[in-house]
Design a protein around this ligand. Structure first.
Ligand code: ATP
Length: 228
């Protein structure tokens, strides 16, 4: 359902960030993307979210050639995605409830459905009792739970997470990974870029390693041999 075929990505300064990437990810897989800083992890994720466009090759997601989507229609495509950020990106002047609610409002959800869906998803991530708090009143782990609630409230097919545990301690990172794992077990594809070696050890998943824009390893081994 995600297929990169001979994908290159050059930025406007001529920097080649992805070099002939060939990669298939099936619906329901959980994939870690690893590699040194500058290896191309964020670039690969940005191609999937259509924040950036490929320079050559082909990229299809959910059966659609996403390079052909017009800029004015990209928001429709993104409804299939739940995006989780390292720095949470919550709106500071909105409560937990309102941050999640907004994701439903922007896609025109029926007003009657909104409250039950927001509360259900806040319960799902274990943060329902904090629904009226503001982001500055939350810990990092709590903030990321809200980030995940916002990402899943529209029932996406794919979760894209760029270093989503990068600002958390190991305890909170594990809690967030457990949550992503549960979400994945419901059939949602999870693609997560990480530098977090402890997480890779604890959650044996497919690991794709990038180096200088190329995939140099793609493994489903129980224990990934860490050299990042
Ligand atoms: N907007 C941009 N314009 C020009 N070059 C860029 C841009 N974004 C990234 N790059 C370059 O592309 C390469 C890959 O960067 P990318 O951010 O994808 O790496 P990364 O593996 O995610 O790194 P990190 O782990 O530090 O986040 C790097 O050489 C980077 O300098």
């Amino acid at each position: 359902m995600i297929k990169f075929t001979n994908v290159d990505k050059f930025y406007s300064d001529g920097n080649k960030s992805l070099d002939n990437v060939n990669l298939g990810i099936k619906q329901g897989e959980f994939v870690f993307l690893v590699g040194h800083s500058g290896a191309g992890k964020s670039t690969l994720l940005k191609l999937l979210t259509r924040e950036e466009k490929i320079s050559s090759g082909r990229l299809s997601v959910l059966g659609e050639d996403i390079t052909k989507i017009k800029a004015s229609k990209v928001h429709n495509y993104r409804r299939n995605l739940g995006i989780v950020f390292q720095d949470f990106r919550l709106l500071n002047e909105k409560t937990v409830y309102e941050n999640v609610e907004l994701a439903l409002r922007v896609v025109g959800t029926n007003a009657k459905e909104i409250r039950p869906r927001v509360m259900e998803v806040l319960k799902r991530v274990g943060i329902a009792e904090k629904h009226s708090k503001y982001p500055h009143e939350l810990s990092g782990g709590e903030s990321q739970r809200v980030g995940i609630a916002r990402a899943i409230v529209n029932k996406p097919s794919i979760i894209i997470a760029d270093e989503c545990t990068g600002n958390l301690d190991i305890h909170n990172s594990i809690q967030i990974l457990k949550l992503l794992n549960e979400i994945n077990e419901e059939g949602i594809t999870v693609i997560m870029a990480t530098h977090d070696i402890e997480i890779l050890k604890l959650f044996p998943k497919r690991v794709i390693e990038l180096k200088e824009g190329k995939i140099i390893k793609d493994t489903k081994r129980e224990k990934y041999e860490i050299n990042v």
